[in-house]
Each structure stands twice: as C-alpha cells, then as structure tokens.
Ligand binder design. Sequence first.
Ligand SMILES: [Zn+2]
Ligand SMILES: [Zn+2]
Length: 218
Amino acid sequence: MKLRIVYDNEAKGGLESDWGFSCLIEAGNRKLLFDTGASGAILSRNMQRLGIKKDELEIIVLSHEHWDHIGGLDAVLHQKVAVYIPNSFTIETKKKIKEQAAEVFEVSGPADIIPGVHTTGELGSGAKEQSLVLDTTEGVVVLTGCAHPGLDAILEAAKQFGDVYGVIGGFHGFDKLELLEGVEKLIPCHCTVHKTEIMDMYPEKAVWCGAGEVFEFY
Ligand SMILES: [Zn+2]
Ligand SMILES: [Zn+2]
C-alpha cells in the first residue's frame, strides 16, 4: 500500500503548496484518490508533476464537504470513476457528482471499499466526515481529511478493522496528544494545529508531511 501526498499545506520537490488535502492510494495496481484539495488547477499541476493521470483513478473518496477537500473535484472526475461520499452531502453536490461519474456510493456506516481499504462511515455531528482505514501487516493505517469528528473518535472507529499502527492526514485541533502514545507512525498533515508539538513529543515516530511525500506500508 503506497500513499502519495498530492495536495497539502506544505510541499516539496517543485509541487505547489496550498490549504487543502489530497492523497493518492495505490493498492496493488488499483488507484484511489482521497480528497481533491481546494483548487482543480493546483491539483492537476501537482498530479502532472507526479505522473498521475486522472483516467487511472478508479475510485475517488471524499472525506467531507468542505471546499479544501472537494474544491478540486471537477479536475479529476471522469466517466469511469466511482465516487464514495458521506451520505450527508448536500443534494446539489450529490447531483453534480452523479452527472460526471460512473457511480456514486453514499456512505453511512463502516464498509469495505476494495479489499484492504475500508471506510469508518460518516462520523461526527455538524460536518460529518468519513476516514479511510488501510490494512497493513503491522496493523491498520488511518487516513483522515480534517478529523472534524475528533481524532480520538476516528481512531476508536478504526479499531473495528484492526490495531491502529499509523495515522496520516489532517488532525485539526486534536490536543489529547498522549492518546497517540500507542500509535507507531504519526504523519500529521494539512490542518493539524499541533503539528510541532506532535513532532517534538514523538520525534522517533512522527514524520513530516507535505505534497510530494510518499509513504509505503506493507
Ligand atoms: Zn474541513
Ligand atoms: Zn481541511
């Protein structure tokens, strides 16, 4: 399972940084895009730089309906792609996606997307959000958008799929950092408010995140 950060508040290797998040998941020869950043133009340029073509995307998963996660969607939708969205998305957004995709799956509870890739289902109140849970030999790796439902609630939901080995994505304002003690790999990205504190508290297992970074799990 290979994760490539395509869009983030930070970037390296000639990629553009911008407020938002998008991550490519390569599971065997299958490619899934998790979130689409804020701008289709930036997303397209970063994808081009990384050699990712939108036609290769089999599945797009949207964590939640905030502009910095769905703003780039138009740039990656195509007639053969399946899109997984929280059931709570507005009717207008659902309609727009249905017009430009092969299939749209409205997610409520936990579910399998492809073998080894699960969704927590939509969690939280207010802006409901789904996170992905990826199987690895070390345990599961949790991939979050903004973690609005609270990273602790997301990690709790992820446990139904296995012991949590790693967490990557936006942690938002999560500050119960002692709860991350048992997690082996911490990759705080995007909107993580306490990124520096996490890096300082867990220097041996926290890793810098930015567009252009690649993380491989076995
Ligand atoms: Zn958000
Ligand atoms: Zn966000």
